[in-house]
Ligand binder design. Structure first.
Ligand code: PEP
Ligand code: MG
Length: 324
């Protein structure tokens, strides 16, 4: 099997009916980077910046962070990297931040909420990203945005850092793309105004599904209770695709769903054209794409999402078997 995936490496991720799918990888540590070459991913669709923070004893300063992000961008070369600002809190704790005991940490003081309450921390991180980009493309995305105002506040902080970079003669990025992770359902009803302000949206399906179903993503008892291939979940994701298309914003998905070939198939059927996944999933997902005919799948999903079944997983597996 491994050999078969190796042979696939050089082949494009294009469906039988000629639709090109952008396959990106998720990363967070420097040891992940060689996977870019190994998998031929088009870039890093999600760089989880908190991972290196978690392995340290103190908060990395601008110089430390700049060195780190520079290595990431150097290794990526001309492949794009979407740096996600710190997503700490919840289940990801930092030894040097005072521990916050919360009853519902996943819905608590985490991610961009912490960054906006500690703007100096966010500024440090954005300053380091600008220094590392050093005239190259920079893509920044903010996690756990619940309302457009939070994005706007984060964007203002980024603008302050851009001004500061200008004053200090730091070369500005050749292109700057600023986006959000769509992980909180409330944002789905703000897509029109959100799309006017962002360059891209990346769906964090792990958190989005946790909040959509009110199902703790880490609770083993609930792991199989609800399915992301249910009519409700697929309708929700389809809604996001329609809005992104309508308002002309580039869309991808970077949660675990993208790593499962049958889930990825459904996402492509719904209209997703960019997926970011763990490196080991790129071979299997590309193999699926190259035998997929999107036309019939799109029609199938349009009908199936009107059903009331608990899950469409079995039916989608059958669909995959019957169609290649
Ligand atoms: C997600 O929520 O889907 C996501 C990609 O972010 P994380 O898994 O780091 O919360
Ligand atoms: Mg998340």
């Amino acid at each position: 099997r491994k050999a078969a995936y190796a042979a696939l490496r050089e082949l494009p991720a294009v469906t039988l009916d000629g639709i090109a799918i952008g396959l990106y990888m998720n990363a967070g540590l420097l040891i992940d980077l060689p996977e870019l070459d190994a998998t031929r991913a088009e870039g890093i669709g999600l760089y989880r910046t908190e991972l290196p923070f978690m392995t340290r004893q103190d908060f990395p300063d601008v110089a430390d962070q700049t060195a780190l992000y520079t290595r990431v961008l150097d290794q990526a070369g001309d492949r794009p990297v979407a740096f996600r600002t710190l997503d700490i809190g919840g289940d990801k704790l930092l030894p040097y931040l005072p521990e916050t005991v919360e009853e519902n940490p996943a819905m608590g003081w985490r991610a961009l909420r912490i960054s906006l309450d500690h703007p100096a921390m966010l500024r440090t991180q954005l300053r380091a990203m600008l220094l590392a980009a050093n005239g190259r493309l920079l893509q920044v995305m903010f996690p756990m945005v619940s309302e457009v105002a939070e994005f706007a506040a984060a964007r203002r902080i980024l603008d302050m850092e851009l001004e500061r970079a200008c004053e200090h003669g730091v070369p500005l990025p050749s292109h700057l793309k600023v986006g959000v992770m769509l992980e909180v359902p409330a944002l789905i009803w703000q897509l029109e105004s959100l799309c006017r302000q962002v360059d891209f949206i990346s769906v964090g399906s792990n958190d989005l599904m946790q909040f959509l179903f009110a199902k703790d993503r880490g609770n083993a008892r609930l792991a199989d209770r609800y399915d992301v291939l249910s009519p409700a979940a697929l309708s929700c994701l389809g809604e996001i695709v329609r809005a992104a298309d309508q308002y002309g914003v580039s869309l991808s998905l970077c949660g675990e769903m993208a790593s499962s070939p049958v889930d990825a198939m459904a996402l492509i059927g719904l209209g997703f054209r960019n997926l970011s996944m763990s490196p080991s999933a790129i071979g299997p997902v590309k193999a699926m794409i190259r035998t997929l005919d999107v036309g019939p799948l799109r029609q199938y999903l349009a009908d199936a999402t009107r059903q009331t079944s608990h899950s469409l997983r079995e039916k989608l597996r059958e669909f995959a078997r019957d169609h290649g």
